[in-house]
Design a protein. Structure first.
Length: 333
């Protein structure tokens, strides 16, 4: 099966240029001779664009789902796994065929993106990754990430509003010193740091109230193991705050275990509020207070946005902001 890369190589131009020419991007400034050369090569090799392949709406749609996390990482923090489940359920109900692509080191096997009607990318990606994905299909939706809302469809959570609600609730319950346990993430071969709105919102809130203390901020990976180790470090440092916000339920599970091992009562001595509301959160002892994120709904919405592009030809990008809900359980006093 012929690929865009093959056409680009024969034409002596970039993959992006080939993609834009074949998808009739009128904003592309390219010489007529180059445009004709690309079209002639594509025609000779029998390449069909997404538009050509989707003229008959009765043909089964086939999409690619790119996972930012590896399979092992998703098992350690099921946030993205639950989004993927929402995508799978929606695709099953609409009889859409799926190709799943996981990260391989710091790169993705993009050859699997050939001959697809659209792409859903779950997680955070470098600028180079975004450009490479979009070169394979003009129909692309990013979930939990918005690289360019003027160009790409995206679905995100309002982290800022959610965390402000958490911190205001804790403050209303008399907690003046609130600690933070969270993760730090990087993308691309150059390890570009991804800004976490939970952390920046926490810092802004605490600074505004004159309570920001860098010693109360503990950062690692979004895993139960790091949640345990970071909380253990906080305990050993002494002067524990009366409450912690923990950036994921997986980290919170490890953190509560560390507190239990140190004979520190949750919530009598330390209150915990987390983020995600994974299915096991309500079954912990004590049950976990957390921000519910509608992960499966995010996945289903991504499929719906993609179908608008594929079947209806929508060209104006959409950015969908999914609300969240603070759920108070036993871990917070």
């Amino acid at each position: 099966m012929v690929t865009i890369k093959e056409i680009a190589k024969l034409a002596g131009v970039s993959i992006a240029t080939v993609s834009r020419v074949l998808n009739q991007d009128i904003s592309l400034n390219v010489a007529d001779e180059t445009r004709k050369k690309i079209l002639d090569i594509a025609d000779e090799l029998g390449y069909k664009t997404v538009r050509q392949r989707t003229k008959n709406i009765f043909n089964k749609i086939k999409i690619g789902v790119i996972h930012w996390y590896s399979q092992n990482e998703e098992l350690g923090d099921p946030y993205y796994l639950l989004i993927a489940m929402g995508i799978e359920k929606e695709c099953f109900s609409k009889q859409i065929s799926m190709v799943t692509i996981f990260k391989n080191g710091d790169r993705y096997i993009t050859s699997d993106l050939n001959d697809l009607d659209g792409v859903i990318a779950i997680g955070k990606f470098s600028k180079l990754d975004v450009e490479e994905f979009s070169a394979y299909s003009p129909n692309i939706v990013f979930v939990d990430f918005s690289p360019n809302e003027k160009q790409y469809d995206s679905i995100v959570v309002d982290f800022r509003k959610a965390l402000n609600e958490v911190l205001e609730y804790l403050a209303s319950r008399g907690h003046t010193q609130i600690g933070y346990v969270g993760g730090v993430e990087y993308v691309g071969e150059n390890k570009e740091l991804i800004e976490d709105e939970r952390l920046t919102t926490y810092q802004e809130f605490m600074r505004k109230h004159g309570r920001l203390d860098p010693k109360l901020v503990h950062l690692g990976k979004f895993t139960s193991e790091d949640g345990h180790n970071l909380m253990r470090d906080a305990i050993e440092a002494g002067n524990l705050p009366s409450a912690f916000f923990i950036a994921s339920d997986s980290m919170a599970i490890g953190a509560i275990q560390a507190l239990h091992e140190a004979n520190i009562s949750v919530p009598n001595e330390v209150s915990i509020v987390s983020f995600n509301d994974i299915p096991t959160s309500k079954y912990l002892v004590p049950s976990l207070s957390t921000v519910k994120v509608y992960t499966e709904f995010m996945g289903a919405t991504a499929v719906q946005l993609l179908l608008e592009r594929i079947n209806d030809g929508r060209e104006i990008p959409k950015k969908v902001i999914i609300p969240s809900e603070l759920i108070i359980r036993e871990s917070c006093k």
